[in-house]
Design a protein around this ligand. Structure first.
Ligand SMILES: [Zn+2]
Length: 304
C-alpha cells in the first residue's frame, strides 16, 4: 500500500493551486480566508473504520475567523451538525406564494430539528449558522469537521414551477444521477461563486480519484442514513417519487463525515410552501429526522 499512499500524497499536494490572495483579499474578507486555505494546503489522513486502504487527501484546515458555533447537548454524545442553507446576501429561492425566502424558512426548520434532537438526549447538536449569516459552502463543511461532527444535515428548500411537490433527500454523487439532480447541484453550488470568482476549484481528475477512494465508505453510510430518514419520515412528510437522489453537491463532500442534503419541498408550490412554513409541517420534518438519527447511532453502537 505504501506506493499508493505516496503517489496520492504527491497528487494531493499538487492540488494546492494558490489563489491570487492580494486581489481577492481586497474584494471581500471571505476571500481572504479562502486565499489562506489555498496557500497552505495541508494533507490530513483519512482513516475510516475497517478501511482496507490508506490514502492521504487534501482537506480544508481550520478556517481562521470562522465562528465556532455553540454545541448543545450532553457530553460524550455524538455530534450532529445541522446546516441551514444560504443566508445573508444569498436568499436562496423565494416563494411566489407569500415571498418566503429559503434562507429564513430553512433556518427555522434547522432550529426545530435541533430542538427535537436535543429533546431526545441522545446526541449533541450544533448549527452552522444561528442567524442570517452568509457562509460559503466550504466553511459549512469545515465548521462541522472542525467540531468533529459524526453526521451532517444540510437543509434547503427547492423551486421548480407549480407542479413539483414533496421532499427529496440528496446524497453525494460525483456524477449527478439525472438531469434534474444536476440542475439542483448547479443551483445549490452557486454560493461558492462570488463576484464571478469560482471558489470550488476542486472538480478535477485528482479530486475524482481521491473522492472515489476515500469517500466510498462515507458515501455508503450517507446513503444508509438517507434511507432511514425517508423510512422514518414517510408517515409524516410527503416525498417525491423515490425520495432519494444523488447530486454533486459541494456541501456534502467531506470525505469522513456522513452527510445528506434535505430539500424540504418546493417553495414554488402553494401546498409545499404552506407546509414548510407551518409549525406542524416543521415539527413533522424534525420528528422524522430525530427518529432516523436515533436509529443511525443505535446501529453504530450495536456494530461496534
Ligand atoms: Zn438551497
Amino acid at each position: 500500500m505504501a506506493p499508493v499512499f505516496l503517489a496520492l500524497a504527491a497528487l494531493g499536494s499538487a492540488t494546492g493551486t494558490p489563489y491570487p490572495a492580494n486581489r481577492l483579499a481586497a474584494v471581500d474578507p471571505a476571500f481572504e480566508r479562502v486565499a489562506e486555505i489555498r496557500e497552505r494546503p495541508i494533507a490530513a489522513q483519512a482513516k475510516p473504520t475497517r478501511s482496507r486502504y490508506s490514502v492521504t487527501i487534501p482537506l480544508d484546515p481550520v478556517v481562521r475567523g470562522t465562528p465556532q458555533p455553540r454545541i448543545l447537548g450532553p457530553k460524550g454524545r455524538p455530534l450532529v451538525v445541522i446546516d441551514a442553507g444560504h443566508g445573508g446576501h444569498d436568499p436562496g429561492t423565494i416563494s411566489p406564494h407569500g415571498g418566503t425566502k429559503e434562507k429564513n424558512v430553512v433556518l427555522s426548520v434547522a432550529k426545530r430539528i435541533r430542538d427535537e434532537l436535543l429533546a431526545s438526549g441522545r446526541v449533541r447538536v450544533a448549527l452552522t449558522r444561528e442567524d442570517d449569516t452568509f457562509l460559503i459552502l466550504r466553511e459549512r463543511t469545515a465548521i462541522a469537521r472542525n467540531l468533529g461532527a459524526k453526521l451532517f444535515i444540510s437543509v434547503h428548500a427547492d423551486s421548480a414551477g407549480e407542479q413539483a411537490t414533496g421532499s427529496t433527500i440528496y446524497t453525494l454523487s460525483e456524477v449527478a444521477s439525472d438531469r434534474e439532480a444536476h440542475a439542483l447541484a448547479q443551483r445549490e453550488n452557486r454560493a461558492d461563486i462570488l463576484n464571478g470568482v469560482n471558489l470550488s476549484g476542486e472538480s478535477n481528475d485528482v479530486t475524482s480519484i481521491l473522492v472515489d477512494l476515500a469517500q466510498r465508505e462515507t458515501m455508503a453510510a450517507s446513503l444508509e442514513f438517507a434511507k432511514l430518514v425517508r423510512r422514518e419520515s414517510a408517515p409524516l412528510v410527503p416525498f417525491r417519487a423515490g425520495g432519494l437522489r444523488m447530486a454533486g453537491l459541494a456541501v456534502l463532500k467531506a470525505p469522513d463525515m456522513p452527510a445528506i442534503l434535505l430539500e424540504l419541498g418546493y417553495l414554488s408550490n402553494r401546498e409545499d410552501a404552506a407546509r414548510i412554513r407551518s409549525v406542524d409541517g416543521q415539527k413533522n420534518i424534525a420528528i422524522g429526522l430525530r427518529r432516523a438519527v436515533e436509529i443511525h447511532f443505535a446501529k453504530q453502537m450495536a456494530t461496534r
